[in-house]
Design a protein around this ligand. Structure first.
Ligand code: FAD
Length: 456
């Protein structure tokens, strides 16, 4: 954080203060509502009596991102462009690496404000830009309930250890007033920057088509990006799903979860808004939903923030690596190639349905995600291969992929945040799941039928 702290000196520098605008580099928090970084930027612009310029740079080289992810993101940016315009704030979106865009625009900025991301690439971008910008750069955390370093100063061992630390303060952080959008003088600084026009929704497809990205994995039907859609989904969840969440959330045949994960991933909705909506509906909510939204989600962020190898097999705890290693030469019940797995060609109808849901619908039911990754471990020649394939499929096809939750979720299936269980073939002491367990608990035929009907 030194690079940021060193910039504080610029706050009082006359020459810097004479520059044209306050610049909000929007990256992770792609929304206007409940966005502390945006609010802070408006407040600073008002104090400094400068216009505010919001910039979003679209890179075509984001790891594992494909047309599916870009379509969802651009739908969100389309709505965002309208919302920002309604606030009389200038918004520029360029097909340009974010670092280059911000470097270019910061030359005329008296302050740069940025939201916070936890993955390596997001942190590298901020570090590089912070070392360059000739003015103060301030990072504001807004996609989490309890700030990551407040929650813990180290990688947590399990959900229980994080829960103990944050439970007493979750409500306090979630209920802190989110500043309301302050008024700002309409002002549009002139900038030499090629900006995209996203006002016409029908042009989005043409824009995506022109991007040099992987187009083989396309847009999905069931989700439309943007804050408006996230809010609508939240309303439906609170009204119709939350009352049954505790009993039915784990049942893949019932489809009773919020499906907010893609929206949380792209910052289209704030977890604080979701938390408050649940609490407003029922102050004594005991559905277990807030445990997922806050403790589990923030445990995943804790993992990625404090473990620089979060995207590799190396990130697993030693006991898990040791036991998987001891069982690496165990005969697998079946061996499937990557192609067979991608194309859902296994002998397991439940796994095939889950994989189909991921590939075609861009989503997978939470309970099936655990089963799905554990089966990959059982069917690949080595645990390392299984780990890397599970991550790759999750990140490539999942609309909510490339998220701390995905890295922690896959790692959990290989022992992270869990404890050793009874030893068995292939898995060693890593927790095991099988199809009989699914059948005992749920009407799996209904799940398979539902996927065949909806994911075509
Ligand atoms: C192998 C595997 C891969 C996963 N990959 C992803 C991924 O790529 N992206 C992703 O967002 N989640 C991932 N998860 C976590 C979880 O399965 C999903 O967040 C959840 O299923 C999303 O559906 P939902 O929004 O309807 O969840 P809900 O049950 O409605 O929960 C609300 C929110 O709480 C959070 N949440 C729920 N369950 C978990 C969990 N176990 N860990 C962390 N946060 C959670 C999510 O932000 C979710 O949107 C993965 C889990 C596993 C086991």
């Amino acid at each position: 954080m030194d690079a940021y702290e060193n910039r504080v000196q610029f706050l009082n520098d006359r020459e810097v203060l004479d520059k044209s605008y306050v610049l909000y580099w929007m990256q992770h928090s792609q929304r206007v509502e409940d966005n502390h970084a945006f609010e802070f930027a408006i407040t600073q612009a008002n104090i400094l009596k400068k216009p505010l310029l919001v910039c979003f740079g679209i890179t075509s080289t984001y790891p594992d991102a494909n047309a599916r992810h870009y379509a969802f993101m651009l739908e969100g940016l389309h709505g965002l462009a309208t919302s920002i315009r309604e606030k009389n704030v200038a918004f520029i979106i360029g097909l340009v690496e974010p670092i280059l865009a911000i470097k270019q625009l910061s030359d005329n900025a008296c302050m740069v404000v940025v939201d916070r991301g936890y993955l390596t690439i997001e942190r590298q971008w901020r570090t590089i830009v912070a070392e360059y910008v000739p003015c103060s750069m301030i990072q504001i955390e807004t996609d989490i309930v309890v700030p990551v370093e407040v929650a813990s100063i180290k990688q947590e061992y399990s959900a229980a250890t994080l829960r103990r630390k944050i439970s007493p303060i979750i409500d306090m952080y979630a209920q802190l007033p989110i500043p309301q959008i302050c008024e700002i003088e309409p002002s549009y600084p002139r900038v030499n920057f090629e900006t995209m026009d996203l006002s016409d929704r029908h042009r989005l497809e043409t824009i995506i088509h022109k991007l040099p990205i992987d187009h083989s994995i396309g847009k999905v039907d069931g989700f439309t990006g943007g804050t408006q859609h996230a809010n609508a989904l939240l309303d439906v969840f609170i009204e119709s799903i939350l009352p049954n969440y505790r009993t039915l959330k784990g049942d893949p045949s019932k489809n009773m979860t919020s499906k907010l994960s893609p929206y949380l991933h792209f910052g289209h909705i704030s977890p604080i808004r979701v938390y408050r909506a649940v609490k407003e509906h029922d102050p004594y909510d005991d559905s277990g939903f807030l445990e997922e939204l806050v403790v589990r989600r923030e445990l995943a962020i804790n993992f990625c923030y404090y473990n620089s190898r979060y995207d590799s097999y190396e990130a697993l705890p030693n006991w898990a690596k040791t036991t998987l290693d001891a069982h690496r030469y165990d005969t697998r019940p079946a061996y499937y190639s990557d192609k067979q797995l991608i194309e859902s060609q296994t002998e397991d109808p439940y796994w095939n349905a889950a994989q189909k849901q991921l590939v075609i619908c861009g989503f997978m039911h939470g309970y099936m995600r655990m089963y799905w990754a554990k089966k990959i471990l059982e069917w690949k020649e080595s645990p390392e291969q299984a780990y890397s394939l599970a991550l790759q499929l999750n990140n490539t096809y999942g609309l909510d992929g490339r998220d701390p939750n995905g890295y922690a979720g896959v790692a959990w299936c290989f022992g992270l945040h869990d404890r050793p269980w009874k030893e068995r073939s292939v898995f060693g002491n890593v927790r095991y799941m099988n199809d009989r367990g699914l059948e005992r608990k749920f009407k799996m035929a209904d799940y398979v039928e539902h996927i065949h009907e909806t994911c075509t």
